[in-house]
Every structure is written in structure tokens, then in C-alpha cells.
Design a protein around this ligand. Structure first.
Ligand SMILES: [Zn+2]
Length: 341
């Protein structure tokens, strides 16, 4: 039996020499030290030995087992060291180099402005009303009190589809008619953000495609005071609590009376500079009380209902806030510009 143990140990050590991978080592371990190994067979047949043989064989078998476990562990550790060494040599990794910054996406500056406008009006109880960009002439002009041949149409030439009377909207105002016809006779408080199109010479101040955010409030006993209060509060929340504003009489076909709203120039503080064209004021939006004809077209009786409406250009507001001098940057897809916001 002792002779047999000696042979088991020699064979096992020899076999371990040629095991040079993790798999081979595992295989070796189960074959030489596992439950069905020859060594375990010795332990299992101890009962067949004489009383005199047993202690000596038992001691030797344990010694062999411990010795084999020890060389096995050593070999596993050596293999691990070799693997690390190889990877250090093959993959040159300098841990002192700075990490590579991941390119982060961001929202377009116009989207940021739109969202800011929307969240301010949402706090005042206005809901977002989405309306289509392809419109009929009727909704884009006629129902908004721009009859055919009305001179105000000249300021808003647009793109026409091959279907007569179907155009790309020149403003978000047709959405006001859609909203009124949907909600009548309930009161309305909505804002209408979206893309608009005009057939226009592209310059530093005008694009043929731009966004608008309009607002509409319709109900009983709505006055010009509500318009002023709402828009003055908006200007404070958007430009800062200390901003001063004023209303100037203006003209739009779909509101009566109409007014344009200015804020005090935040570049020069009202003293006059090139941004405000030396007036001290910056125009930020147009507004007015909804024209009785438009109310009627929306399904509301102007004797009973009144309302106010306003509209602003997120491009213009973004340009004012950031001192951007050319509107064409917004569509240029130039990362040097876009990454500044
Ligand atoms: Zn100024």
C-alpha cells in the first residue's frame, strides 16, 4: 500500500507539470484529489488493512494529500501571475493618463427656451395645445380675420402645397381656432408652441422656418388688465424679477385693441445701446384682446365672452438673452455654436 501511495504521488506531480491552463488544472485536481481519485481509493480501503498497517498508511496518505494540494495551489498562483504579466506586456495601459471625456448631448437652445416658456405658463395654469403645421388658408388667415386681399397677408407669404388652399402655417394662431372650437363654451387657458414657415428672404434677422409660442385665454370677464398682469409676470419670471416692461399700441387683424410689449434693455439698463437701437427698450411679444370676429369664428359669443392672446418668438428671446446676432446659427448644426448652451 505504501508503495502504491508513492506511485500515486509521483504520477500526480508529473501530470501537474504539463497542466498549463486553468481548465487543465481543474481537471487535474478532480482526477488526482477528487472523490473518485486513486488517492481517495486508498482512504476508502483502509478498513481492509491490518491494525498494524493502518496508522502508517493513514499518515502517509494524509501527507501525500497535503503535499499534492500544496503544489496545486502553487501552480494556480503561478499561472495567475503569468496571465497578469502577459496582459501587462501585451496591453499597454498607462493609468496616469487622464480619462477620455464622453461626448454629452444637450437640448438645442431653442428647445431650452421653449421649455422655459412652457414651464412658466404651466405654473400660471396654461395647458399646452399642439396643433398641426400643415393648415388650410381658411384657418391660417380667414378665420383669424385676414380676409383675402387683406394687406396684412403681404407680411406673411408662405409655402403652398399642390392641393389648393392647403399651406404651411405662417404662425401658430390657427391653433387658437382649433382650441376654441374644441373647448367652446368652456373657458380656455392654453399656450400653443410650434414650428411656423414663411416664404421670406433669409437674413441675419429672418429665417423661413422658426418657432412661435402663442397663448390664449377665453372666458367671462377677462379684461386687458388680465393680459397685462399675466404678461408682466411672465417677463419677470423669464428675464428676472427686477425687469421693467411697457405696452405700446399696435395692430394685428385678430386682436382689438392690440399691443406690443417691451422690456427695458438688460444690456444697457435703459440708457441706450446698439442692442436696443438706442431706445432703451426691447420688443419681446405681440398681444391683444381677441377680436370679436375671431371669438365668433371659434364658437364663442363676443357679447358674453372675452379673451386675450399673445405670441412670441423663442428665436428672438434666445438671441436677446445670449447676445446672438445672427438667427441663421440656429439651423447651421455647428457644434461650436450649439455646445455653448
Ligand atoms: Zn440697450
Amino acid at each position: 500500500m505504501l508503495e502504491e501511495l508513492k506511485k500515486i504521488e509521483i504520477n500526480a506531480r508529473e501530470a501537474l507539470e504539463s497542466a498549463d491552463s486553468e481548465d487543465a488544472l481543474q481537471h487535474w485536481h478532480s482526477k488526482r484529489l477528487g472523490r473518485k481519485s486513486a488517492l481517495m481509493g486508498v482512504f476508502n480501503s483502509m478498513s481492509k488493512l491490518t491494525k498494524e498497517e493502518r496508522p502508517e498508511v493513514g499518515r502517509r496518505a494524509n501527507e501525500v494529500k497535503m503535499a499534492l494540494e500544496a503544489v496545486y495551489e502553487e501552480k494556480v498562483a503561478a499561472l495567475k501571475r503569468a496571465t497578469i504579466q502577459a496582459s501587462l506586456e501585451n496591453e499597454i495601459l498607462d493609468v496616469t493618463l487622464p480619462g477620455r471625456a464622453r461626448a454629452r448631448g444637450r437640448l438645442h437652445p431653442i428647445t431650452q427656451t421653449m421649455r422655459k416658456i412652457q414651464s412658466i405658463f404651466a405654473e400660471m395654469g396654461f395647458q399646452v395645445y399642439r396643433s398641426r403645421e400643415v393648415e388650410t388658408d381658411e384657418y391660417n388667415f380667414e378665420l383669424l380675420n385676414f380676409p383675402k386681399h387683406h394687406p396684412a397677408r403681404d407680411m406673411q407669404d408662405t409655402y403652398y402645397t399642390t392641393k389648393p388652399g392647403v399651406i404651411l402655417r405662417t404662425h401658430t394662431s390657427p391653433g387658437q381656432i382649433h382650441a376654441m372650437r374644441e373647448y367652446t363654451p368652456d373657458p380656455i387657458r392654453v399656450i400653443l408652441p410650434g414650428m411656423c414657415y414663411r416664404y421670406e428672404q433669409v437674413t441675419t434677422r429672418a429665417e423661413m422656418q422658426f418657432t412661435q409660442v402663442e397663448g390664449l385665454a377665453v372666458g367671462q370677464n377677462i379684461t386687458f388688465g388680465d393680459l397685462k398682469g399675466t404678461l408682466t409676470d411672465f417677463a419677470r419670471r423669464f428675464f428676472g424679477q427686477s425687469v421693467r416692461s411697457r405696452f405700446r399700441a399696435s395692430y394685428f387683424p385678430f386682436t382689438e385693441p392690440s399691443a406690443e410689449m417691451d422690456i427695458e434693455c438688460f444690456v444697457c439698463g435703459g440708457e441706450g445701446c446698439s442692442v436696443c437701437k438706442h431706445t432703451g427698450w426691447l420688443e419681446i411679444l405681440g398681444s391683444g384682446m381677441v377680436h370679436p370676429t375671431v371669438l365668433r369664428n371659434g364658437g364663442y359669443d363676443p357679447e358674453e365672452f372675452s379673451g386675450f392672446a399673445f405670441g412670441m418668438g423663442p428665436e428672438r428671446l434666445t438671441m436677446l438673452r445670449h447676445g446672438i446676432t445672427d438667427i441663421r446659427y440656429f439651423w447651421r448644426n455647428d457644434l461650436r455654436f450649439l455646445e455653448q448652451f
